[in-house]
Design a protein around this ligand. Structure first.
Ligand code: NAP
Length: 264
């Protein structure tokens, strides 16, 4: 008797613009041939909706994620989280390995370094906070709400703290909060840095187009950038383009009988 093949189910570990763009592209390209669930940590109060299902909140560690993948009957996982979201990426690897599920990382390319860039690269927030007072007096800090407290011992530096949502009072000596969400324009970033007499930028090596303007602005103004390096990525298959992620999915999950092309 004829029976329909079950539609494969993809879990996107998200929370980035790239994850949302991926969900939109997969809906366009595969339509009803693929079910997509986008997962968010729940850090943003009103996340933008994307095609497919959305689920919000932690899974309860790697074991919780294993239970979730099993209960939902997930066929594959694409990790499209932020390059600094190391814990959920590790959980994704552990859970997929445990269930022998295909997993792909969608990488966000790092900003290219240009001649004349004055980057001071450090290995974490603590090192950035320790070095900041020797490097500047007025800093634009764009490290995210979860990391701001690492700068609580910094004295002698005024911090202009840019965040997506109002964090309430911060445990910092001398600061002002500025609310803003990318993409930002280079002219606006130059104006911001100039108007506030900022003499150093502190940021994560996040990469991606949405927040690159501050790097370009710092370059244009000759300002130093205290750049926090990325944590090491999880091993495994990775691509940097949304279409390549769709190709991987097509080959490994949707048309699994077909041989995969080069690079996927
Ligand atoms: P993290 O340190 O890697 O993860 C902490 C915990 O948050 C995880 O153990 C997991 O909880 C939960 N979690 C994280 N991402 C999740 C997701 N997509 N779906 C369900 N649960 C998730 O992550 P983070 O650095 O706090 O980032 C949280 C989210 O914000 C990520 O989705 C990331 O893509 C996004 N984001 C992060 C940054 C950044 O700079 N870190 C910047 C922009 C966006 P359980 O252990 O309970 O499962």
């Amino acid at each position: 008797m004829w029976s329909a093949m079950p539609v494969p189910k993809l879990l996107i570990l998200g929370g980035t613009g790239e994850a949302a763009a991926l969900a939109r592209r997969l809906a366009e390209r595969f339509g009803a041939r693929l079910e997509v669930i986008s997962s968010l940590a729940g850090r943003v109060a009103r996340p933008r909706t994307v095609p497919g299902r959305m689920r919000i909140g932690g899974f309860g560690g790697a074991h919780g994620l294993i239970d979730y993948l099993r209960a939902e009957g997930i066929s594959a996982v694409i990790d499209a989280t932020h390059p600094f979201a190391a814990r959920i990426s590790a959980h994704g690897r552990i859970a997929c390995d445990a269930l022998a599920l295909p997993r792909l990382s969608l990488d966000r390319p790092m900003w290219p370094r240009h001649p004349g860039d004055r980057w001071i690269e450090v290995d974490g927030m603590a090192e950035a906070a320790a070095r900041l007072p020797q490097l500047g007096r007025r800093a634009l800090l764009t490290v995210g709400a979860g990391e701001v407290a690492e700068f609580s011992d910094v004295t002698g530096v005024w911090l202009l703290v840019r965040l997506i949502a109002d964090p309430g009072p911060l445990p910092l000596a001398d600061y002002r909060v500025l609310l803003g969400r990318g993409p930002f324009a280079v002219e606006d970033e130059i104006r911001l840095l100039t108007d506030h007499a900022v003499d150093i930028l502190v940021c994560k090596a996040s990469g991606g187009g949405a927040t690159e303007a501050k790097i370009t602005a710092a370059r244009a103004l000759g300002l130093p950038v205290l750049m926090i390096r990325r944590p090491p990525p999880e091993p495994g298959a990775r691509v940097a383009e949304i279409e390549a992620a769709a190709d991987w999915l097509d080959c490994h999950v949707i048309s699994a009988a077909r041989p995969c092309g080069k690079g996927v």
